[in-house]
Design a protein around this ligand. Structure first.
Ligand code: GLP
Length: 244
């Protein structure tokens, strides 16, 4: 795993956006895997700026990692809404090329199967990932099988609490989500993991500690992927022994 060290959250966004923009220039029809949460927001901000300076997203295809079950796409807490607000509506990607799982489908297991099929038919060239404080990637909580494809998960209490800041109350945070599985994520040709802030420092330390991949710490699987770049800021690196 390569590590790119950055000073702060904003620099993480600009470095990641430059990295992604270069990949798009090399391959304008690439397939990009996208994440939500607080971490990638600065990346989207800088990618929008890149678009204003000429980068086109017209021919790329995107797949998001996850979506809450039970929220309609126009619900302000859904990841559909998030992606439109923070990224898609500001760039030139045709809406039919931007894929997210449909958490409001009547048949959630069928939705998972279809989403997985779509991912497999495209092959993700570059997947952007965040990490949960408990090591989750996407919504794959500790204990998730490394063989998992897109599936429904019951969210860990700690994850619901961590994400409650986006909702008016903890009760409103959905109990379930659809997420790409660990195997779906690992099938990406390349992965860029973004780690920002002190709250993620323990998880980053554990990831870098040399621990063998094990299902109790989902992010540990990344150690066995051939092409992972971690972009981490100073606060996240604190405690890992890695100096900027
Ligand atoms: C969320 C998302 C993940 C995200 C992670 C970290 O629950 N499902 O895809 O990477 O947890 O979120 P944040 O960036 O807000 O800390």
């Amino acid at each position: 795993m390569n590590i790119i060290k950055v000073q702060d959250y904003d620099e993480m966004g600009s470095v990641t956006a430059d990295y992604v923009s270069e990949k798009i220039q090399d391959n304008p029809e690439m397939t990009l895997g996208l994440a939500t949460g607080s971490t990638p927001k600065s990346t989207y901000k800088h990618l929008i700026e890149a678009h204003q300076k000429g980068t086109s997203f017209k021919h790329i295809t995107t797949f998001n990692l996850d979506e809450y079950v039970g929220l309609k796409p126009n619900d302000p807490n859904s990841y559909h809404y998030y992606m439109n607000k923070f990224f898609f509506q500001h760039i030139d990607i045709p809406s039919e090329k931007a894929h997210l799982p449909n958490g409001h489908s009547r048949n959630i297991s069928q939705e998972c199967e279809e989403y997985e099929k779509k991912i497999k038919s495209h092959m993700i060239d570059l997947q952007i990932l965040g990490i949960g404080a408990n090591g989750h990637i996407g919504f794959n909580e500790p204990g998730t099988s490394f063989e998992s494809n897109t599936h429904v998960v019951e969210l860990a209490d700690s994850t619901r609490r961590a994400n409650a800041r986006f909702f008016s109350s903890l009760e409103e945070v959905p109990t379930h989500a659809i997420t790409m599985g660990i195997a779906s994520i690992m099938s990406s040709k390349e992965i860029v993991l973004l780690v920002s802030g002190e709250a993620k420092s323990e998880a980053l330390e554990r990831l870098l500690s040399g621990e063998e991949p094990n299902e109790s710490f989902p992010a540990s699987i990344l150690r066995s992927h051939p092409h992972v770049t971690i972009i981490a800021d100073k606060e996240a690196l604190m405690g890992t022994g890695i100096k900027l």
